[in-house]
Design a protein. Structure first.
Length: 449
């Protein structure tokens, strides 16, 4: 096992990783920008080091500065958390070159999954169902249009270097294909310096369902069931839950087994999330793979009783997965609400500043409550980073118990000084369709208008 690791992140996830390290008897080194000098996570680490000015590009994204900090503090490994450098293949390579373990997938796996058109072909070849569409990236407008006419409209053009919404265009009819193609390619070139596009049949009113997977260096690969993440607004997830209200044990096992074989085939290692899109007929199709730990990993931890971050560190230290597929069972139901410092009545505009009161609920009768947060009263939310201030995660015996407990927990969660998304979460939890588990990726937009 490692003696000491560096955590190349901030906020709640930095604290989360420090906690896992401590559980393994591993020391942690926290890094921070000048805007995060007062961040509570720094107190929990064994050592801390300032890596630069507030702007992410000059601190949390500064690869040489982070690797230098790790070397100077005698770390054996770096955990990137999520966001920032978590899916940067170059950073994973630089770590390897510096004889530093990257606590995540091998650089080659990050690269292979980072190119979405390639990932689609890889997963198709491994036997996963993919959405009807193009083979690899499109060569030009003509080729795209020919294929679109075969598949039938609507189709969706996506940036191969993208993910999460940028460089995506829905095309409803032949007449608009060329213009939408140019728009998407231009946006992709601007955002990712890569204009490459691929195409899929557009799935109307689909659901976003993702599988948690893990693999070690000894060829063991497991899945830990799925999460339902359809409650999104402008590609920002608001609520996640596990299991998905529409998953069956049969389909979970079938897709899970295919995923395990696919992971072994591509030599995947560490934690990953495989995103599927579910159409109204109940078919699930591979959409993309995220080669990192995700924000919403706690709902999986609550229903499986496994610590994913501990497991990530163990895998990176060349230890075997501490469980096999047979030992993974899903028990009860877990829901996570992302509490953001945003004003939901002003188009979710960020609401940074001084948090005057911060009192999360501690106990809810008949449920388990978990708060992943770096915030405490007197904390000042910087303007430079995302607005996540807490993840409220509630487990219950079944979905209704979890949802009712979440309502209690949200009602008791006191935050003063900044605006938060708590009122929206209450609205979602009390919504009849959400209560019935009957919602898709258009649900939030319809709910909030
Ligand atoms: C789609 C789709 C419909 N059909 N792909 C949006 C983000 C990116 N990860 C994938 N996205 C979509 N891909 C096909 N073939 C609809 C969306 C989509 C969406 C997906 C998940 C959650 C929210 C969404 C909101 C709008 C569109």
């Amino acid at each position: 096992m490692f003696k000491r690791i560096l955590i190349a992140n901030r906020g709640e996830i930095a604290l989360r990783v420090i906690r896992a390290a401590r559980q393994l008897g591993v020391e942690s080194v926290a890094v921070y920008s000048e805007a995060d000098r007062e961040s509570p996570h720094l107190e929990q680490a064994d050592q801390r080091v300032c890596i630069g000015p507030p702007k992410s590009a000059e601190s949390y994204l500064d690869m040489p500065a982070i690797i230098q900090a790790a070397e100077q503090h005698d770390c054996c490994a770096i955990h990137p958390g999520y966001g920032f450098l978590a899916e940067n293949a170059l950073f994973a390579e630089l770590c390897e070159q510096a004889k530093m373990s990257f606590i995540g997938p091998p650089a080659a796996a990050i690269r292979a999954m980072g190119d979405k058109a390639t990932a689609r072909e890889t997963m198709r070849a491994a036997g996963l169902p993919v959405i009807p569409g193009s083979r690899g990236t499109l060569r030009n407008i003509e080729q795209g249009l020919t294929r679109a006419k075969e598949i039938g409209f609507p189709v969706i053009l996506k940036a191969t270097a993208g993910g999460g919404g940028k460089g995506m265009r829905r095309v409803n009819a032949e007449e608009e294909f060329a213009a939408k193609y140019r728009d998407a390619a231009l946006e992709a070139e601007k955002a990712f310096s890569n204009p490459g596009l691929y195409m899929e049949k557009y799935i109307v009113d689909g659901r976003h369902i993702e599988f948690q997977v893990m693999a070690d260096a000894f060829g063991n690969a497991v899945h830990l069931g799925e999460r339902e993440c359809s409650a999104q607004r402008r590609h920002q997830k608001l609520v996640e839950e596990s299991p998905s209200p529409v998953m069956t044990p049969e389909l979970r096992d079938e897709l899970g087994e295919k995923l395990r074989r696919a992971l072994q085939l591509v030599g995947y290692r560490n934690a990953g999330t495989v995103e599927f899109f579910r159409d109204q007929d109940g078919h699930l199709y591979f959409m993309e793979m995220n080669a990192r730990l995700q924000v919403e990993h706690p709902v999986t931890e609550q229903v499986t009783g496994r610590d994913l971050v501990v497991e990530q560190i163990r895998i990176a230290a060349n230890e075997e997965l501490s469980f096999d597929q047979q030992e993974i069972t899903m028990r009860g139901h877990s829901i996570e609400c992302r509490i953001n410092a945003e004003d939901p009545y002003e188009d979710f505009r960020p609401s940074p500043g001084l948090v005057e009161t911060f009192q999360p609920p501690s106990e809810i009768e008949g449920a388990r409550v978990r708060i992943d947060s770096h915030v405490r009263p007197g904390y000042r939310i910087p303007v430079y980073y995302d607005s996540l201030i807490a993840k409220l995660i509630v487990w219950g015996q079944d979905r209704d118990a979890a949802r009712e407990a979440m309502i209690d927990a949200l009602e008791r969660f006191e935050v003063g000084g900044v605006k938060t998304t708590i009122p929206v979460h209450l609205q979602i939890m009390r919504n009849e369709q959400f209560a019935a588990g009957d919602y898709d990726t258009g649900f939030i937009e319809r709910l909030l208008g």
